[in-house]
Design a protein around this ligand. Structure first.
Ligand SMILES: *[C@@H]1O[C@H](CO)[C@@H](O)[C@H](O)[C@H]1NC(C)=O
Ligand SMILES: *[C@@H]1O[C@H](CO)[C@@H](O)[C@H](O)[C@H]1NC(C)=O
Ligand SMILES: *[C@@H]1O[C@H](CO)[C@@H](O)[C@H](O)[C@H]1NC(C)=O
Length: 497
């Protein structure tokens, strides 16, 4: 898939942080190696020929046992959570670990041999890597699926369709409606927003007189579903934009910066370079409610004004109601350009956008509360990262569900069975990509964007329906996906669907 390969470095950066955290927590606790546990007979019974867990090593980091956790079961009695995307398994060394969470404990592993075990209560997937034709089938009735997807909607539109997302029982996504929301994952802290303006307005005006453009564009990932280039290209007709990335490039990057231009990191010479601009074009690669990245938070941090398109509900998370310029509030690139030019010439009006640098002017209680109450940290060694946070969320939920099922089985007349729990479109539900500027019907048939993204979106729907069909038919071979998709197309053509 075009573009997906290029997401990997970002994922790796994030992972690096995670690994650092895990390493630190690992280093700071005694490595009390647990004895190897053999599987109990029940686990071995159903599908698998051999005991897999007996070969696994259990190194334990009892790092986040909550005060409410009175779970004293030994490892072989604990439910298992399987990380299907092994690359993301947030523990090392080894591929298995006991986790002690807020209210209960689980065994987590990335060893797929446990897929069919009765004791395997949940499978955790990484959204970017999830492929319908590789899904673990047959889907066992007693197992839940958990989805972790903090990355761009463009990485997997499968998850944006009802039939796709409903296959998951628990989610951690950028949407506030998800079970374990990661909405502010790119905002490290309130202090990050409150950092003083990096380049004072007087200096910015001086640079303007020397010919620096008012607006910065810095993007090297050009073929993306939000089709941002098409908008920026039109905008450039009406206002001066300095573009240093590979997309719509009109200026060379200074040599010392070349390596950092595409990095998401915050290397200081790069930061100083971009901070000189009054406005930063901040257009996400994919559009979805609550999908916001460093493109938005970094200019706020530096005291530049973001000119933003991405999450349609971005205003809900801004420090106050006058700190970001929202592209979709303007009828055309031309009217946006005129607005930016007026601000460029009016220091008082421009400065109003930076008033949030005074703590008293951060008035958005939703933002303040979300930062205050989230349990995970960003580059914060004193808090768990969200991968470990989410697996603990799943662990506690699964133990509660298993306990409720036991209670129900003991006395079905007196108790209710636990209610099924599944995700829905509000946990992801990103819209069909549209052109960045103009109407889709006006695009020539050979338009590059048109040939990729709308198709990718609808093919993902086919795959979601195909996988749902595989599961409904209790198939055990996920490569039958294509056959099921074809059958669905045929019955649709016959008017049966
Ligand atoms: C998990 O989701 C599946 C598919 O949507 C559903 O059939 C099942 O009942 C759910 N399981 C639980 C325990 O809620
Ligand atoms: C979708 O899920 C959320 C909880 O995650 C729930 O509040 C909402 O009612 C659900 N919507 C529909 C249409 O079922
Ligand atoms: C689904 O298939 C598995 C083996 O592939 C089988 O053991 C199980 O009984 C089947 N379940 C149903 C409900 O047919």
């Amino acid at each position: 898939m075009a573009g997906r390969g290029r997401m990997v470095p970002c994922a790796c950066l994030g992972l690096f942080g995670v690994l650092c955290w895990v390493w630190v927590s690992f280093a700071s606790f005694p490595d009390d190696q647990l004895p190897l546990e053999a599987l109990d007979a029940v686990d071995r019974a159903a599908f698998q020929p051999q005991s897999a867990l007996s070969e696994m090593e259990f190194s334990s980091i009892s790092s986040y046992r909550g005060p409410g956790n009175r779970d004293r079961r030994i490892n072989k009695e604990l439910p298992i959570l399987l990380w299907w995307s092994g690359g993301l398994f947030p523990h090392f060394p080894g591929d298995s670990e006991r986790i002690d969470c807020a209210t209960s404990s689980c065994l987590v592993t990335s060893n797929r041999k446990v897929q069919m075990y009765k004791r395997t209560a949940s499978i955790i997937f990484y959204g970017t890597d999830f492929r319908a034709y590789e899904a673990p089938l047959p889907r066992l009735r007693h197992q839940t699926w958990a989805l972790f997807h903090e990355e761009s909607p463009m990485n997997n539109y499968f998850l944006s369709h009802g039939p796709g997302i409903r296959l998951f029982n628990y989610t951690a996504t950028f949407r506030r409606e998800s079970d374990y929301p990661l909405t502010l994952q790119w905002l490290p802290s309130l202090d990050y927003l409150l950092q003083p303006v990096a380049v004072p307005l007087g200096e910015k005006n001086r640079l303007r007189r020397e010919g620096l453009a008012p607006v910065l564009y810095m993007q090297s990932h050009c073929d993306v579903p939000s089709d941002r280039n098409r908008y920026v290209q039109e905008l450039m007709k009406y206002i001066q934009v300095d573009s240093y990335g590979k997309c719509l490039n009109n200026k060379p990057l200074p040599e010392n910066l070349e390596d950092t231009a595409t990095a998401t990191g915050e290397e200081s010479s790069f930061m100083n370079f971009v901070a000189r601009y009054k406005f930063h074009l901040a257009l996400e690669n994919g559009l979805c409610p609550d999908y916001m990245t460093e493109k938005l938070w970094r200019p706020l941090h530096q005291g530049c004004v973001p000119v933003y398109r991405g999450s349609s509900s971005v205003a809900d998370w801004m420090p106050n109601d006058h700190s970001v310029i929202i592209i979709d509030h303007f009828p055309s690139p031309k009217s946006l350009a005129e607005f930016l030019k007026r601000l460029d010439e009016n220091d008082d009006e421009y400065a109003r956008y930076l008033e949030f640098k005074k703590p008293s002017r951060i008035t958005n209680t939703r933002l303040l509360e979300a930062l205050e109450t989230r349990e995970w940290g960003v580059n914060d060694m004193s808090k768990p990262n969200y991968l470990n946070g989410f697996e603990c969320y799943v662990c506690d939920k699964e133990n509660a569900r298993l306990a409720a099922e036991r209670t129900y089985r003991k006395a079905p007349n007196k108790n209710q069975p636990p209610k099924p729990k599944m995700a829905n479109n509000s946990h992801m539900g990103c819209p069909l990509p549209g052109p960045g500027y103009g109407h889709v019907t006006d695009l020539p048939a050979d338009d590059g964007w048109l040939q990729i993204w709308p198709q990718d979106y609808w093919q993902s729907l086919d795959q979601a329906e195909g996988l749902e069909s595989l599961i409904r038919h209790n198939e055990s071979d996920p490569s039958l996906l294509w056959k099921h998709i074809q059958n669905m197309a045929v019955s649709r053509a016959r008017g049966k669907h």
